[in-house]
Write a protein that binds this ligand. Structure first.
Ligand code: THU
Length: 137
């Protein structure tokens, strides 16, 4: 495993320590490596109105977008649970908005690491180029 991906996982794990997940008790941390070389992190933030919960992945992505980033190079997800994490369907589509393909590095609470990719997790996907008559910002 490349050092930059191990570093990204360490950032994801640290972000997971701030998870607000009193309802599921399933803390998640995520870190995005942007094409610029910057990293943004996020954790899951739950709500007593359960449907308002936002996943760690989307929080990490939206933080970067709000700071001017546009292209995802890699994503790391870290959980404390013994099962390996797997980004939810909604997050897969949001990743797809900012990457056609990228490595997705996963780590469970026992330190086991697996590497997947956006194309593997979301094959035959719909993305911005389907609407390319519209200008991208
Ligand atoms: N969750 C994430 O943050 N990322 C995932 O990849 C899976 C699910 C969160 C949402 C919720 O706070 C908790 O995990 C249980 O679904």
């Amino acid at each position: 495993m490349e050092d930059r991906y191990l570093n990204l996982l360490a950032e994801a794990k640290a972000a997971g320590a701030n998870s607000y997940s009193p309802y599921s008790r399933y803390p998640v941390g995520a870190a995005i490596l942007w094409e610029t070389g910057r990293i943004t992190t996020g954790c899951n933030v739950e709500n007593s109105s359960y449907g308002l919960t936002v996943c760690a992945e989307r929080n990490a992505i939206y933080k970067g977008i709000c700071e001017g980033e546009r292209k995802i190079s890699a994503l790391a997800v870290s959980v404390q649970d013994s099962k390996m994490p797997s980004p939810c369907g909604a997050c897969r589509q949001v990743i797809r908005e900012f990457a056609e393909e990228c490595p997705i590095i996963l780590q469970n609470g026992e330190g086991k690491i697996a590497i997947s990719s956006l194309r593997e997790l979301l094959p035959n996907s719909f993305g911005p180029e389907f609407l390319e008559k519209n200008e991208r910002r």
